[in-house]
Ligand binder design. Structure first.
Ligand code: IMP
Length: 437
C-alpha cells in the first residue's frame, strides 16, 4: 500500500497532527490538498510543542518531501513565517523539502479584510465563526476565475494586472461593509518581497505526486478541517470553503482517485466544534466542561474555546461513507478518564421516525431531531501508559470496541495521550502489520 489519506471525520481538530506525524515516519512524501492557514496542526515532539498552519505535519522529518497541493489557498506571509520559525528552532532545510504547487491560489490582504468584515457585521445568528484568515473570499475568487495562482509570482507584470482586477472586484463589497480598501501598492509590496523565496519552492505538484506514487514511494495525504466542515458534505452553510473529504485529495493534488489505496478517518473519543452551526450532541454542563478542560479544547489558530459534546456514531457512519474510511484512528481516549458514565449518540429521533443515519438535512432547525444515547461505564485509571488494547481498563476497552462496532469500520489506532509514544497502533496502512511502530 503506497498512498494513504488521513481525513478528519468530525468538525476538524480531531488530533490529525499527531496521527499524521506517527504515520509520516513511514511516508516519504506528505501532501496537503485543501484549505489553508485556517488549519492548526499541533505537533508534540518530546517536550517541544509546535503548531503548523500551512506546512504539512511531516515537515519536521528530514527525509520527507512535503507538498502543498493546488487545492490549497496559501498566505505567503504565513508560509514564510512558519518556515522561519522552524529554522529558528533548529530544524534545517525546511524550504528545500517543500514543493508549493504553482497552481495553488494565494490569499491576499483583501480576502482577510472581507472575511473579517463579514464576520463582524453579520446579523444575529448569521456569522459562520470563521478563522478570519481570508479562506472563503480566496476560494470565491478562485471560483469567480479572478484568483491569483502562486505561479503568477514568476511574472510580476502579469501578477500586478491580476491583483488589480481582483482588488477592483472586491472594492464595492469592502466599501459597503464600511471597510478600507487596501491600495494596490500595499497588496503588491509584501508579494514582491516574498517573491524570490516563494518562486524557489514552486513546482508541478500533480507531476511530483503522481510520479512518487508510480515509483512506489509511500505518500500520505494530510487532510485539514473535517468531513462535517466540507463545503459539499458538511453542515452547510456552517462549513469551510474547500473539500477536506478524501475525494478532495485527488482533486487538490492532481492525481486520479484510483491512485489512493487507503483512507484513515480520525475521530476524537468525543466531539468538538469551533465556530457556529449545528452540533446535536453538544453539552453545556459539567461533562462538557470536563471535556474542554481535560482535553485542552481551545482553538489552535484562534484560541477560541471549543464547543464539546458526546461522540456521534451516526455522524461517524456518515463520514465513513462519504470518505470511504477503511480504518479509524481514535484520539484523546484519555480525556474521558474520570467521567463516571459516558454517553454515545447511536441514532436520531426525527419527524420521520428513528434513524441510525446522520440527519444532515434536518439539522438546520433546532429541535427537529433528537439524539438517542446509550450509556457506557466510565473509568478512573490512567491510560497513558497503554501500549496494546489489553493494557486498557475493561471499561475503556468496552468503549473502544463499542465505537468500532457501531461505526462499522475497524480501528487502526487509539491515541491515549499527546505524546508519540502514548499510542496503541493496531494496523499500519503502509505495512499492514499490527506490531509497528
Ligand atoms: P473558515 O475555514 O475560516 O472559512 O471557517 C469556516 C468554519 O470552519 C468555521 O466554523 C471555522 O471555525 C471552521 N474551521 C476552519 N478550519 C478549521 C480547523 O482547522 N479546525 C476546526 N474548525 C475549522
Amino acid at each position: 500500500m503506497s498512498s494513504v489519506v488521513i481525513v478528519g471525520a468530525q468538525w476538524g481538530d480531531e488530533g490529525k497532527g499527531k496521527i499524521v506525524d506517527i504515520y509520516t515516519e513511514f511516508a516519504e512524501m506528505v501532501v496537503r490538498y485543501a484549505g489553508g492557514p485556517n488549519a492548526g496542526h499541533t505537533l508534540v515532539i518530546g517536550d517541544e510543542k509546535i503548531i503548523v498552519r500551512l506546512l504539512p505535519s511531516g515537515i519536521l522529518r528530514e527525509n520527507t518531501r512535503c507538498v502543498l497541493g493546488q487545492g490549497m489557498v496559501v498566505d505567503v506571509d504565513v508560509l514564510l513565517g512558519e518556515i522561519d520559525e522552524l529554522e529558528r528552532r533548529g530544524h534545517r532545510g525546511v524550504a528545500d523539502r517543500l514543493l508549493l504547487s504553482d497552481r495553488a491560489h494565494l490569499i491576499m490582504p483583501y480576502h482577510i479584510v472581507v472575511d473579517t468584515l463579514r464576520e463582524s457585521t453579520a446579523a444575529e445568528g448569521k456569522a459562520i465563526g470563521t478563522t478570519k484568515k481570508g479562506i472563503g473570499p480566496a476560494y470565491e475568487d478562485k471560483v469567480k476565475r479572478l484568483g491569483v495562482h502562486a505561479g503568477m509570482l514568476k511574472d510580476t507584470e502579469r501578477l500586478e494586472a491580476k491583483v488589480k482586477m481582483a482588488l477592483d472586484g472586491w472594492r464595492a463589497t469592502i466599501e459597503s461593509l464600511g471597510g478600507e480598501v487596501p491600495s494596490l501598492a500595499d497588496v503588491m509590496a509584501p508579494l514582491l518581497a516574498a517573491r524570490e523565496r516563494i518562486v524557489s519552492m514552486l513546482g508541478n505538484a500533480s507531476v511530483a505526486v503522481d510520479e512518487a506514487i508510480k515509483n512506489k514511494t509511500r505518500v500520505l495525504f494530510e487532510g485539514a478541517q473535517g468531513t462535517l466542515l466540507d463545503v459539499d458534505h458538511g453542515t452547510y452553510p456552517f462549513v469551510t470553503s474547500s473539500n477536506p473529504v478524501s475525494g478532495g485529495a485527488a482533486i487538490g493534488s492532481g492525481i486520479g482517485p484510483n491512485r489512493i489505496n487507503t483512507v484513515i478517518g480520525i475521530t476524537k473519543a468525543y466531539a468538538t466544534r469551533v465556530g457556529a452551526g449545528p452540533f446535536p450532541t453538544e453539552l453545556d454542563d459539567a461533562d462538557g466542561k470536563h471535556l474542554r478542560e481535560v482535553g485542552a479544547e481551545f482553538g489552535s489558530v484562534t484560541g477560541r474555546p471549543r464547543r464539546t459534546g458526546w461522540l456521534d456514531v451516526p455522524a461517524l457512519r456518515y463520514a465513513a461513507r462519504v470518505n470511504g474510511v477503511d480504518g479509524w484512528a481514535l484520539t484523546k481516549l484519555d480525556v474521558l478518564t474520570g467521567l463516571p458514565r459516558i454517553r454515545v449518540c447511536v441514532a436520531y429521533d426525527t419527524p420521520d421516525g428513528r434513524t441510525e443515519d446522520f440527519p444532515i438535512d434536518m439539522l438546520d432547525e433546532p429541535g427537529r431531531v433528537t439524539p438517542v444515547y446509550e450509556e457506557l461505564e466510565g473509568w478512573t485509571e490512567d491510560l497513558t501508559g497503554a501500549q496494546v488494547l489489553s493494557d486498557l481498563p475493561a471499561a475503556a476497552r468496552a468503549y473502544v470496541r463499542f465505537m468500532e462496532e457501531r461505526a462499522g469500520v475497524p480501528l487502526y489506532l487509539v491515541s491515549v495521550g499527546p505524546r508519540r509514544r502514548e499510542t496503541i497502533v493496531l494496523h499500519n496502512p503502509f505495512f499492514g502489520r499490527a506490531d509497528a511502530p
